[in-house]
Design a binder for this molecule. Structure first.
Ligand code: UGA
Length: 471
């Protein structure tokens, strides 16, 4: 099948490359000339596992690039809208890019096509796209509009696409539903998974992918409700972690005890410094606005957002607890990306925490396996330096803060890190280490929702040195 994907951001790029992997001819459309030139030369602009592999496989064969929406639409049976829907001041999603693409598509419709929304959009967007297209000359009966939301996580987006928990097709016409089924056929009938060159699935997962057919409105709500629910799960466990701190319980034990209940589940129940990224903060707020617009006051989401913001402040208070005063302190930071496996720093809690610490007069030396170039664009070079390795971060700093859950940090040589640090203080915003290991290596270790580790000899030494430790 010939497909056009308009917008080559995260969603568009991954979806385009994966559809090519499923055997379709895909043209990706973008109006940013620099980005387009880079894509045409085969450069992959984002850090995403398996994406370079798919690019290499299909670039110039089943995957091409253009800035001409009209030509791309004319040549395709299905057009995916994958442009940005950034938040406005009000919290609502800005749909002006979607509208503008709908206008462009309308002018290029001749024979029957389907127009599929992949961007995260509020309920009724499919209907609006349809109206805009009709207003702009798209002939009646010559097109259908569908919603086919994506559930890709950055860092694992390719495997999320190829090994999905479900494929949601929200459409009101059989013809349109059939075309979308056809498009995903290798995943639905499982034939992709028998392919010798198939991208490996997570934990040996072999599909096939379940398909859920709904109305367009329901599909739009599925996307918003799913992201809001996952964000709620994270805020819930963060709130529980705060209670654990107050009573001296261990949130990891509580999480295990809760997560083994199949109705609750272990995933997305990791406490930390709050969720970030380009999706959860934006989508929770957009869903809140959608609800208000429909006459429902979704107060639960207010609380989800409040807990999330508060989690960063609580972390800064922990740093203060460990170091007493912040002005003039030199802090080592491990992790800048909003999560592991990506170089994306949008709405990263790590960046927000660093900015607050800089405002308090700290200096920072930071390391991240992927996000340092992007972070350098937003952090001041006068007070933030970047290190070549996690161990360099520890050198001569007053404490090490762990702000992203990169799995490689878990395997750090703790003895080596302990030796590099001026003071053996680690404040872990992602609970990457086992407190008993940190204790064995003589660290003062503060984490989220677990009792602080303060070895006796360090306590004595630090009290003598005038540092305030313990509460
Ligand atoms: C999220 C959803 O998980 C995807 O299903 C969805 O498709 C995507 O948004 C989107 O709407 O495009 P993503 O933002 O890439 O994906 O990242 P997540 O893995 O969901 O993590 C979001 C944030 O929550 C990160 O800051 C992460 O560190 C944090 N998190 C996640 C926790 O603090 N605890 C957890 O247990 C899980």
């Amino acid at each position: 099948m010939r497909l056009a994907v308009v917008g080559s951001g995260y969603v568009g790029l991954v979806a385009g490359a994966c559809f090519a992997e499923l055997g379709h001819d895909v043209v990706l459309v973008d109006n940013d000339p620099d980005k387009l030139a880079a894509l045409q030369q085969g450069e992959v602009p984002i850090h995403e596992e398996f994406l370079p592999e798919l690019f290499h496989r299909h670039h110039g064969k089943r995957l091409s690039f253009t800035d001409n929406t009209v030509d791309a639409v004319r040549a395709s049976q299905a057009v995916f809208i994958a442009v940005g829907t950034p938040p406005m001041h009000s919290g609502e999603a800005d749909l002006s890019y979607v509208e503008s693409v709908a206008r462009d598509i309308a002018g290029a419709i001749g024979d029957y096509k389907i127009v599929v929304d992949k961007s995260t959009v509020p309920v009724y967007t499919s209907e609006w796209v349809r109206k805009i297209m009709l207003l702009n000359g798209a002939p009646h009966g010559c097109f259908d509009v569908a919603s086919n939301p994506e559930f890709l996580r950055e860092g694992t987006a390719v495997t999320d696409f190829l090994y999905p928990d479900r494929i949601v097709i929200g459409a009101d016409s059989e013809r349109c539903i059939d075309l979308l089924r056809e498009m995903y056929k290798p995943l639905i009938d499982g034939s992709y998974y028998d392919c010798p060159t198939a991208i490996p699935g997570p934990n040996g997962c072999k599909g096939p992918a379940p398909i859920i057919v709904t109305s367009a409105r329901s599909a739009e709500l599925i996307k918003h409700a799913s992201n809001a629910f996952l964000a709620m799960k994270i805020s819930f466990i963060n709130a529980v972690a705060n209670i654990c701190e107050a009573v001296g319980a261990d949130v990891e034990q509580v999480r295990e005890g809760m997560g083994t209940d199949a109705r609750i589940g272990r995933r997305f129940l990791y406490p930390g410094i709050g969720y970030g990224g380009s999706c959860f903060p934006k989508d929770v707020s957009a869903f809140h606005s959608v609800a208000r617009e429909c006459g429902y006051e979704f107060g639960l989401l207010d609380e989800v957002m409040r807990i999330n913001d508060d989690q960063r402040q609580r972390f800064i208070r922990k740093v203060r607890t460990a170091l007493w005063t912040l002005k003039g302190k030199h802090l080592g930071v491990l992790g800048l990306a909003f999560k592991d496996g990506t170089d994306d720093i949008r709405e990263s809690p790590a960046i927000a925490i660093i900015q607050s610490l800089l405002a308090e007069g700290c200096r920072v030396t930071a390391y991240d396996p992927a996000a340092m170039d992007r972070a350098a664009e937003v952090l001041p070079s006068s007070t933030v330096k970047f290190a070549q390795s996690p161990y360099d971060v520890a050198k001569q700093t007053d404490a090490v803060l762990i702000l992203t859950e990169w799995q490689e940090f878990k395997h750090l040589d703790l003895a080596r890190m302990r030796e590099s640090l001026r003071y053996p203080i680690v404040i872990d915003g992602r609970n990457l280490f086992r407190p008993e290991d940190m204790e064995k290596h003589g660290f003062i270790y503060l984490s989220i929702g677990r009792p602080d580790i303060v070895p006796q000899e360090e306590l004595v030494k630090f009290r003598r040195a005038g540092q305030l430790l313990g509460k």
